[in-house]
Write a protein that binds this ligand. Structure first.
Ligand code: NAP
Length: 172
């Protein structure tokens, strides 16, 4: 399982339920990577999507503790049942032909990062007012930066696509 996230220089990811900034190049990269795959997100992130709906052309799994919550996608009420389903997928396909991306927000990243082996981090070269953060992987010895793109730019904002890999096996 991989986490995918866009962070600013202080590892901030959101403010008032929305993203910090819209970078078309980053959105395109997110679409390219996640299309045809499974995307996991918290109820708040799902509701921040256009129209509050799952993104097209990928399978969305949403987490909520609200038993009455309904959404046009798969709904999980706890992390354990979601992880069981990820494991079933892995057993079925042997890790081939699909990928499972943890897509936020802060609450869900914090709970699922221990189960991820890779984090695809768009590092934005700016800081923004924020109220949600991703764990700082540069400060975490369990993670190492393994690749980094050349700097890209959208609307005067610079960013890089970075890949972090876990140095220890993910939690079972
Ligand atoms: N920069 C990025 O790449 C990026 C990506 C995604 C999101 N974001 C930002 O992150 C912010 C939202 O993050 P957030 O932390 O407030 O919300 P979130 O993680 O999207 O959703 C939190 C909700 O998920 C459900 N949930 C969490 N853990 C659960 C569990 N163990 N079992 C069952 N349900 C669980 C709960 O829903 P209920 O309340 O319904 O029970 C909880 O309130 C927004 O600003 C968004 O724009 C940024």
């Amino acid at each position: 399982m991989k986490a995918i996230v866009a962070v600013d220089q202080k590892w901030a990811i959101g403010k008032d339920g929305g993203l910090l900034v819209r970078l078309p190049g980053d959105m395109k990269n997110f679409r390219r990577l996640t299309t045809g795959n499974v995307v996991i997100m918290g109820r708040k992130t799902l509701e921040s999507m256009p129209g509050g709906k799952p993104l097209p052309d990928r399978e969305t799994w949403v987490l909520t503790r609200n038993e009455a919550y309904e959404a046009p996608c798969r709904v999980f009420r706890d992390i354990r049942s979601l992880l069981d389903e990820v494991r079933t997928l892995e057993d079925e396909y042997g890790g081939e032909g699909y990928a499972v991306y943890v897509c936020g927000g802060a609450n869900v990243y914090a709970q699922l990062l221990p189960y991820c082996d890779e984090a695809l981090v768009t590092k934005i070269g700016a800081t923004f007012p924020a109220d949600s953060w991703f764990p700082d992987l540069d400060m975490n010895p369990d993670w190492e930066l393994v690749s980094e793109s050349e700097p890209l730019e959208d609307g005067g904002i610079r960013y890089r696509f970075c890949t972090y890999r876990k140095t220890v096996l993910p939690s079972a």
